[in-house]
Design a protein around this ligand. Structure first.
Ligand SMILES: Nc1ncnc2c1ncn2[C@@H]1O[C@H](COP(=O)(O)OP(=O)(O)OP(=O)(O)O)[C@@H](O)[C@H]1O
Ligand SMILES: [Mg+2]
Length: 509
């Protein structure tokens, strides 16, 4: 099957920016070693440093480069390369893509992504036919040459690449291509995902707070990371904190840190997550679980841009971009007095909505294949794909746990499968296959539910607009939402207003 994945960052996409009043969601990863605030490149660096990575480095090439004034360091593996590349040293890089086994090339990617290294690739004609090799060159290299080639040519190209990186101020260096290790890859071709990608790009360019909303497992954290990696803060840390997972009494010190002696057991100063994110992005995950006490201190920080460590008297200026995420409805939490409205409005300047997996159409199948390719080596069998009824079942199933559930089911199926094709049974979705007969009225019901869900998603649950789209009245939409189990049971006000309105309006659609 053609891999129709869209990897965010490779294909430009658009999306409407949500207005502040509308909702949002998010996830994170560890900052790179280079993720420091002071990343200005050393323009004064005069030494011509060159990193040469090859399974078996060519000693005659090294000798030639040295004779041309290069300070050459050779690495024989991805691991060695990662150890040798220093974020604060600008250098040229030569990567011999022909010398490594194809399966080992992925390991080089993290170092190839380093923006202070100007890479030149060496490859054979045969290697250049491999899509993975072509992608690495396209994304990370200034140039490439087919080997064998004269050493003087390599020297010339390396000088050129070195010159280019020394010319740049770090802030001018174009964003690294998206982190393409599978961990960070966002797959999505449907309109809802294309819209999400467009939003991410737009939102990344600003410093305003972003609120990401979406069901569990939809990719909120991945989205938050994508925003950070495409923002001007990408070289600084991305620090996530799961507000729901940290005991309330520890949250305050996790967020703001403490001074030595602040309380019994505080034997040394601890920097909090907010301070650790200075210059970068702080992801407040599961923000809906933030206790009132921490909400007040967070609001104070957002207003003043300063923190005080527990037990400290010093006010510390911190520059962070805030992304928050939750799967709970914060509007309801505000109505119930569990979440401060003033904090919500600070957090939700821009809003991103994560579409649930069941609303992503064909992407369900594309994602399933993507996951299968990623984990197929977990099985001794050569897994090749899915049976038609497995695909059918995936479309029929509701996916309450979204992408995370899909990953878990496919991984389990890879291990359980007894043939080369994963069956609905392997996915534990046998009861969702079409062998189960469906009456025409059941089919209509299902289609109606899908159409309503899609309209609600498009209009962020604004009933008037969704109803106009569906060409029905708001009251009818509300009634149908009830029939299909799509109402938010906590939206009591909505219910009261619609029910009194419904008494006057004939239900004609
Ligand atoms: N579009 C996507 N393409 C590929 N993988 C994805 C995509 N969306 C999510 N994932 C993967 O699904 C898993 C769940 O994503 P993530 O943790 O970002 O979700 P979440 O919305 O933060 O979930 P929760 O609400 O449970 O915290 C992760 O392994 C992530 O890599
Ligand atoms: Mg999450």
């Amino acid at each position: 099957m053609k891999r129709a994945t869209e990897i965010l960052g490779k294909r430009p996409s658009e999306v409407s920016l949500a207005l502040p009043q509308e909702a949002a969601t998010g996830r994170m990863h560890e900052p790179s070693a280079a993720a420091t605030k002071e990343t200005g490149l050393p323009h004064t660096q005069t030494e011509r440093v060159l990193l040469y990575v090859a399974r078996t480095p060519d000693e005659t090439l090294i000798a030639h480069l040295k004779s041309r004034g290069w300070h050459v360091t050779a690495a024989r593996s991805a691991h060695e390369l990662a150890r040798l590349s220093k974020p604060d040293v600008v250098c040229a890089g030569i990567v011999d893509l022909a010398s490594f086994a194809l399966r080992d090339l992925g390991g080089l990617e993290a170092s190839l992504r380093q923006q202070q290294i100007g890479w030149i690739a060496l490859a054979t004609s045969e290697r250049l036919t491999d899509p993975g090799v072509r992608r690495l060159i396209r994304h990370y290299c200034f140039d490439y040459v087919k080997i064998p080639v004269a050493h003087a040519t390599i020297d010339y190209l390396a000088s050129h690449a070195f010159g280019m990186v020394t010319l740049c101020d770090t802030d001018d260096i174009p964003p690294a291509a998206p982190a393409a290790d599978d961990e960070d890859e966002m797959v999505g071709t449907c309109e809802a995902m294309q819209q999400l990608f467009r939003t991410i790009r737009k939102v990344a360019n600003t410093d305003a707070s972003v609120f990401i909303s979406g069901e569990s497992g939809t990719g909120k954290e991945l989205t938050a990371l994508a925003i950070h990696e495409r923002s001007p803060r990408r070289k600084a840390p991305f620090i996530p904190i799961n507000c729901g997972a940290i005991p309330h009494h520890l949250l305050q010190s996790e967020l703001f840190g403490y001074e030595r002696g602040a309380f019994t057991g505080a034997n040394q100063r601890k920097i909090g997550r907010v301070e650790a994110a200075d210059g970068g992005t702080l992801l407040l995950d599961e923000i809906g679980d933030l206790p009132m006490e921490s909400q007040a201190s967070l609001l104070r920080f957002l207003q003043e841009g300063k923190i005080e460590r527990l037990g400290g008297r010093e006010s510390i200026q911190v520059d962070v971009r805030i992304i928050s995420a939750t799967h709970v409805d914060l509007e309801v939490a505000m109505r119930d007095g569990r979440f401060r409205a003033d904090l919500f409005h600070r957090l939700c300047v821009l809003r991103v909505d994560e579409p649930p997996l069941r609303a992503r159409g064909k992407d369900i199948e594309i994602l399933a294949h993507h996951i299968m390719h990623k984990f197929k080596t977990d099985s001794a069998r050569k897994i090749r794909g899915f049976t038609p009824s497995a695909i059918e079942a995936m479309y029929n199933y509701n996916w309450p746990g979204n992408v995370r559930e899909l990953i878990n089911r496919v991984r389990r199926a890879i291990v359980m499968a007894e043939s080369k094709l994963i069956s609905a049974d392997d996915l534990d979705l046998a009861q969702f296959t079409e062998q189960q007969t469906m009456t025409l009225s059941q089919a209509r019901e299902a289609a109606e539910k899908r159409a309503i869900e899609a309209a609600l998603l498009r209009h962020r649950h604004r009933l008037n607009e969704a109803a106009t789209d569906l060409n029905i009245s708001r009251v009818t939409l509300y009634r149908l939402m009830g029939q299909h189990g799509l109402r938010d049971p906590s939206a009591a006000d909505e219910k009261a207003s619609l029910e009194s309105f419904a008494a006057d309006e004939p239900l004609q659609e």
